[in-house]
Design a protein around this ligand. Structure first.
Ligand SMILES: Nc1ncnc2c1ncn2[C@@H]1O[C@H](COP(=O)(O)OP(=O)(O)OP(=O)(O)O)[C@@H](O)[C@H]1O
Ligand SMILES: [Mg+2]
Length: 356
């Protein structure tokens, strides 16, 4: 997959620009607040149909305009596609593929694949298990529609089960009512566990390899899926039953895949607890870069890579090796200065304009 060109009209601090890109490394240089992240945001908008930072989409419209437009020209394995997003202050945004408006954002899936990384992605290592579950869930959802359904079904049943726990019912009566919820919850849990397990199994070798590469063989990355012990539906049901009294006491379901986590280890130690800042960052980066390969395996085309502000975070060796690694992927990387001896197209941005 290759992004050949982008056109922006009244998008954030861009008035009207056209930018052509290289099929390899594209370095987006500029001082603070010139529009580097805005450009990545616009590109990634066409990947997922959403912004990675605007909570209200109208924010992206230039303050002096009533509407905004992003248009990208994507070269695919076979053929090309043009994705256009039009934002208006008054109406909902319109997304068009080859000039034809789509009805659901899910129709955008697969038109233009990309992986985005910013320093914020450190959450993946440092923050709560929820962030790591989200990482797995977003990735699996990108390629498996059935998973999206399973997950929402699981959460719905879980919410119902939790509600029942708080009804102060006699334990025998509660046991009877719970048998339906337990059965349904176990059915989803068994499948979710399998999907996540397979995801981690396919992620691991890629993450390990890229991590080895960036750290020049100094660090060995291991990702472990932390989940429920039970595999079969019946075993999960039994376990849910045996937890009932504890669950009533605490008022929530203490057992299940909603408590899954990922353990990320470098050279045998948990990087969340013992890793340095740079190590944690490199791990988050390796996991994201591994995503490229997983998506490529499934879609048979390499997604584009968007890296916001990553260079300032890494030491010189790691920076160089990362850039080297990116050579075979169309990459968009932002930075405030760039003096590395690698083949790239430099795009200088000043106040929403491209400086030649
Ligand atoms: N809707 C909008 N209309 C006009 N300007 C906007 C709009 N939204 C954001 N901006 C401006 O865009 C500017 C550039 O933002 P951006 O985050 O892209 O900077 P950056 O080049 O990534 O800077 P940094 O190096 O600090 O990360 C900001 O100064 C912001 O005020
Ligand atoms: Mg920025």
């Amino acid at each position: 997959m290759e992004l050949e060109k982008i056109e922006l009209f009244s998008y954030r601090n861009y008035k009207n620009v056209v930018i052509n890109f290289d099929s390899g490394l594209n370095v987006i240089c500029g001082k603070n607040a010139q529009g580097k992240t805005n450009l990545l945001e616009a590109i990634y908008f066409c990947v997922v149909g959403k912004s990675f930072r605007a909570s209200r989409e109208r924010e992206v419209i230039n303050m002096q305009s009533d509407y905004a437009k992003i248009k990208v020209y994507v070269k695919k394995n076979i053929g090309k596609s043009v994705i256009e997003i039009i934002f208006s202050k008054k109406e909902k945004k319109t997304v068009k593929i080859d000039g034809i408006p789509i009805r659901r954002l899910s129709q955008l899936l697969g038109e233009f694949n990309g992986v985005f990384f910013s320093p914020d992605e450190l959450k993946l290592i440092k923050e709560s298990p929820e962030d790591r579950r989200r990482f797995m869930d977003i990735d699996i959802s990108q390629t498996t529609k059935q998973y999206v359904y399973l997950l929402s079904r699981y959460n719905e049943i879980l919410a119902n089960r939790n509600k029942q726990l708080k009804q102060n019912l006699p334990i025998q009566e509660l046991k009877n009512i719970m048998s339906i919820w337990n059965e349904q919850l176990a059915d989803c849990a068994e499948k979710i566990k399998k999907y996540r397990q397979n995801f981690v199994i396919s992620l691991m070798p890629y993450a390990q390899k890229v991590h080895q590469y960036i750290t020049d063989g100094k660090e060995d990355l291991v990702v472990e899926y932390v989940t429920i012990k039970e595999d079969s539906k019946q075993d999960i049901i039994n376990k849910l039953e045996s937890c009932l009294e504890k669950d009533v006491q605490l008022g929530y379901t203490t057992y299940g895949v909603h408590r899954d986590d990922l353990k990320v280890m470098v050279n045998g130690v948990d990087v969340r607890t013992y890793g340095s800042q740079g190590q944690q960052r490199t791990c988050a980066l390796s996991l994201k870069l591994a995503e490229l390969s997983i998506i490529e395996d499934i879609t048979h085309t390499r997604p584009v890579l968007l890296l916001d502000d990553v260079l300032s975070e890494l030491d010189d060796d790691r920076k160089r090796r990362l850039l080297q690694y990116c050579k075979n992927t169309q990459t968009f990387i932002t930075c405030t200065s760039f003096d590395y001896d690698v083949d790239c197209k430099k795009i200088h941005i000043e106040n929403g304009q491209i400086i030649k």
